[in-house]
Design a protein around this ligand. Structure first.
Ligand code: BG6
Length: 462
């Protein structure tokens, strides 16, 4: 079959501020929760204002200074879209100020202008795994209702600044992640109770809906979406109890989408909250706010997993604890590779919500070998993305409305879970080693030319 993606399909890549920018305290930026997990999301939480511990993220790939070169390389690949995130603590260093830090905004002014030069559509995530650390220290993170107002003020500031320049917005990256890592997700201690975590999540869902409302008011021409970690689970066996356990497992992430798309809590959560002794404080105003729903759904997809009634089969994964699928191979980091899963997920979400979908993260983290002539033959990365894109096309043929695809880490960046640089995702290599040494020079990998031809042919060379 000849593959052709829709005419206006957006092709590109996705990065996050704390994984690329570096310059972690420059121009007035405040400490963020990401700065306080110097060894990644699953490493220790350290108040960096009290120690001189450093992190590879402090410099990262120096995107803060090198973005013009990087955007030019993305343009050379033919990107029509680049997903970035704003570091909230560049704009509101402590998070609770009334007035923003002008220097922080100026950086994003320049970055967005650079993209405009090449007609690259920016997609902005307001909060990608970070928030001002002061909000955790002083207010207790999202456990405190005041954060809704602080976030709303931040959203309003950047919407007013970038109206007419940015059409695609996302509120919280992988909003369902808080159930697995509450510090990164909602700024809560790891030993917080389920009730505390769900209350903080509730505040975040309200803040997200308020941002959606502001976006609609300030930029009627823009579109705003949510962002789910698409951890779709298949039943491990056809045993009815495994099928039911899988159904519940999928509620663990679909519940976020249900609230953000439908504007109210799904009924199945009533039983879940009751059985887990969770009583949430939800005001009438919260219920009203939640009614403002998103325009499209975005998600990350790296792997699928299995659901089973036998909890002893769970294994500690990189990000989530999961039950592996015996039919799939895994990456070096144990992430199981399942291209069909992306078709399944796209269909599942579309049938459930009938909203346009955007794949905002997908890719393969792998160790690359630099040959003596400097080339990098990353056929494994090409194969991974190729196979997934073929399935995205299948989903489009199934009738699913897919707005675009931004691969994760089009340039090597610092991994989120363990702050590694050797787990590389890029089409562009960055000369940086785990100990921080390296020239930071950028070079094109084999996959760079491959992705360029895919974009140029609108999918036909897949
Ligand atoms: C997603 C995050 O969970 O997965 C990204 O949104 C992250 O920030 C990506 O980088 C891949 O995970 P990791 O740990 O390999 O960087």
């Amino acid at each position: 079959m000849t593959i052709q993606f829709p005419q206006k399909f957006l092709w590109g890549g996705a990065v996050a501020a704390n994984q690329v920018e570096g310059s972690y305290l420059k121009d007035g930026k405040g400490l963020s929760t990401s700065d306080c997990t110097p060894n990644g999301i699953f490493g220790d939480i350290i108040d960096r204002s009290q120690t001189d511990i450093t992190s590879i993220k402090d410099t990262a790939i120096d995107f803060y200074n090198r973005y013009p070169e990087d955007i030019a390389l993305f343009a050379e690949m033919g990107f029509s879209c680049l997903r970035i995130s704003l570091a909230w603590s560049r704009i509101f260093p402590n998070g609770d100020e009334n007035q923003p830090n002008e220097k922080g905004l100026e950086f994003y002014d320049k970055l967005i202008a650079e993209m405009a030069k090449y007609n690259i559509e920016p997609m902005i995530t307001l909060s990608h795994y970070e928030m001002p650390y002061q909000l955790v220290k002083q207010y207790g993170g999202w456990g405190n209702r005041k954060l809704i107002d602080f976030f709303t003020n931040y959203a309003k500031t950047v919407f007013n600044r970038y109206k007419g320049k940015v059409k695609y917005w996302l509120t919280f990256n992988e909003i369902n992640m808080s159930l697995h890592e509450p510090f990164t997700g909602v700024g809560l201690a790891r030993d917080s109770s389920k009730e505390q975590i769900y209350q903080a999540i509730h505040h975040q869902l309200v803040a997200s809906a308020r941002a959606v409302k502001l976006c609609h008011q300030i930029m009627p021409e823009a579109k705003i979406g949510n962002m789910l970690l698409g951890a779709v689970a298949y039943p491990l066996t056809s045993k009815p109890e495994d099928v039911w356990a899988t159904h519940l497992e999928n509620h663990g992430w679909l519940y976020f989408g249900d609230v953000q798309v439908r504007g109210y809590y799904p009924s199945y959560m009533t039983r879940y909250f009751k059985e887990n002794n969770i009583t949430l404080t939800i005001t009438e105003q919260d219920r009203e706010d939640l009614k403002e729903t998103i325009d499209f759904i975005s998600f990350s997809y790296y792997m699928s997993c299995c659901g089973t009634a036998d909890s002893s089969l769970r294994q500690k994964g990189n990000i989530l604890d999961m039950v592996p699928n015996p039919h799939l191979k895994a990456s070096e980091w144990g992430w199981q590779i399942d291209p069909t899963g992306i078709r399944y997920l796209l269909n599942l979400l579309y049938e459930r919500y009938q909203k346009p979908l955007f794949i905002v993260e997908n890719g393969l983290g792998a160790k690359d070998k630099v040959e003596t002539d400097g080339s990098i033959n990353d056929d494994y990365r090409i194969d991974y993305i190729n196979d997934h894109l073929v399935q995205v096309h299948e989903a489009i043929e199934d009738g699913v409305e897919v707005l675009g695809y931004t691969s994760w880490g089009p340039i090597d960046l610092i991994s989120a879970s363990k702050a590694e640089i050797s787990k590389r995702y890029g089409f562009i290599h960055v000369d940086l080693n785990e100990d921080g040494s390296g020239t930071l020079n950028r070079t094109r990998k084999k996959s760079f030319y491959w992705y360029q031809s895919v974009i140029k042919s609108n999918g036909n060379t897949l």
